[in-house]
Design a protein around this ligand. Structure first.
Ligand code: TYD
Ligand code: MG
Length: 458
């Protein structure tokens, strides 16, 4: 019997199979296995001595110091760790319509105006469409080299023949195809082959490469996970469709810090940088309302104040609803359990809603105390003390644990006109610029509100 030449691979993790099956054994994804050519080129005769002699260098800092290119979009430059590194490759992912093409067009437009050679290759839009967008962004006079193409061969040929660009944008990697592979664009083997080739080319031409990657329905960059390993930097462009704010987040960066964020606002003139994002995520607190607290958080090296809103409402249902936007729902469950078990405040019969204002997603445990304060304030209908910020991690026994970067958080709060801070006992503060209220246990937060309530009722 002839040997089966069929080959299937998982589009989600890249595992290969002899026959089709509905579920991938290695990543448990359903319906992700498709047929592909499966040709793997194995280099032969490696020991024949035909290789090139490698040149070894040292770890000497001077030699390995990169000369970076700044594009002029400061928020983008900062997230990248201080501009583009020549020869590096960057992957940017995000929901459709979030503004990936817009931010990249603005970046190349500004950079080309500063005298760099920038090439923008789109596999999704026609050049007319891009020119129309450039008009809207006021970038028509920028000398960007623009092309609409899908064939990797054409792209490689054109780039090798002309003067190498300083920045090359490929929008998006899922629309590119290598004609020596049988599979359709967007499949694992195509995405892998195209990105490998483009990364190699970028290293050879010493130009920075930026790839746009589509995301799957659960927000991961589509295609093989290896893509994220191959590139030097992975950025996510996120934001809420209902809000104007867009957040650029570095999740991997070989040339800078991760967890760094850049904040933009989508306007009818494209993306505008937001230099002072804290003012944006806290609403005008003219009148005191219960159920809202201001959390002094950190995003990377940058302090960011955000408003946390809680609502505790009576419920008619057997299992009351808990809904969370912008925070971790299991963390909310933990805080409710601690309030119940350690502070005697049971919310088992209530619906609980929690919202981080402005469409931001908060990941820090330091937000625990701000969440608890918003909830307790909502139950007691007493506003959180005026002009105060709050942060601290809550332990399972109800103790409040100190968190890092206290000074940076306090400084940001003082800058924005806050006058007091409720923080964990034992926080290391160098020079307090605002009034400090230290708390040791969650019950102190609870009594802060109930005591005031008693005073009001009396
Ligand atoms: P786009 O950059 O095409 O998104 P992606 O490449 O991530 O899919 O985003 C376009 C969206 O942004 C679209 O919904 C319209 C909006 N937009 C503005 O609001 N103002 C502008 O100036 C531009 C260019 C786009
Ligand atoms: Mg696009």
């Amino acid at each position: 019997m002839a040997k089966s030449t069929e080959h299937f691979s998982c589009q989600s993790c890249g595992a290969s199979y002899r026959k089709w099956q509905g579920k991938c054994d290695s990543c448990s994804e359903w319906n992700s296995i498709v047929e592909d050519s499966g040709k793997q080129v194995v280099p032969k005769g490696l020991s024949s001595g035909k290789g090139r002699q490698l040149e070894f260098t040292t770890l000497d800092a001077e030699k390995s110091d990169y000369k970076r290119h700044f594009c002029g979009l400061n928020e983008l430059d900062r997230v990248l760790g201080g501009g583009f590194v020549p020869g590096s490759s960057i992957l940017i992912g995000g929901d459709p319509g979030i503004g990936k093409s817009t931010i990249l067009l603005q970046a190349v437009g500004l950079m080309a105006k500063r005298g760099y050679t920038c090439t923008y290759i789109s596999g999704e839009e026609a050049t007319q469409q891009i020119s129309m967008r450039a008009k809207r962004l006021g970038l028509t006079d920028s000398p960007v080299q623009l092309a609409a193409a899908n064939s990797l061969r054409d792209i490689v040929t054109s780039l090798e023949k002309s003067a190498p660009p300083d920045l090359l944008i490929i929008d998006s990697i899922q629309t590119m195809y290598a004609d020596n592979l049988d599979s359709a664009p967007g499949t694992v083997s195509q995405v892998r082959a195209c990105s490998q080739e483009l990364i190699r080319l970028a290293k050879k031409l010493n130009c920075a490469l930026m790839l746009v990657g589509h995301v799957t329905k659960d927000g991961q960059i589509a295609g093989p996970r290896v893509l994220e390993h191959m590139v030097d930097t992975v950025l996510y462009f996120e934001g809420d469709r209902g809000h104007q704010f867009r957040i650029l987040r570095a999740v991997k960066n070989r040339f800078g810090a991760t967890d760094e964020i850049g904040v933009f606002e989508m306007t009818d003139m494209g993306l505008q940088e937001v230099a002072n994002p804290s003012a944006l995520f806290i609403s005008n607190q003219e009148k005191d309302i219960s159920g809202a607290s201001v959390f002094a958080g950190m995003e990377g090296t940058r302090p960011l104040l955000v408003e946390i809103q809680g609502l505790v409402a009576p419920s008619q249902q057997a299992t009351p609803r808990r809904a969370v936007v912008g925070w971790d729902s299991s963390r909310l469950a933990m805080i409710l359990a601690v309030l119940d078990a350690r502070c005697g405040l049971s919310l088992a019969g209530n619906e609980v809603y929690l919202n981080v204002a402005g469409g931001l997603r908060v990941n820090e445990p330091a937000a625990d105390l701000a969440v608890a304060a918003a909830l307790v304030s909502s139950i007691s209908d007493i506003p959180v003390p005026e002009k105060s910020i709050i942060f601290g991690e809550i332990g399972l026994s109800g103790e409040i644990r100190a968190v890092g970067q206290t000074d940076a958080r306090l400084k940001e709060a003082a800058k924005l006109g806050f006058e007091a801070a409720i923080i964990p006992l034992g926080s290391k503060i160098k020079d307090p610029t605002i009034k400090i209220i230290e708390v040791e246990h969650l019950s102190e937060i609870v009594s802060l509100f109930t005591r005031e309530k008693a005073a009001v009722n009396a």
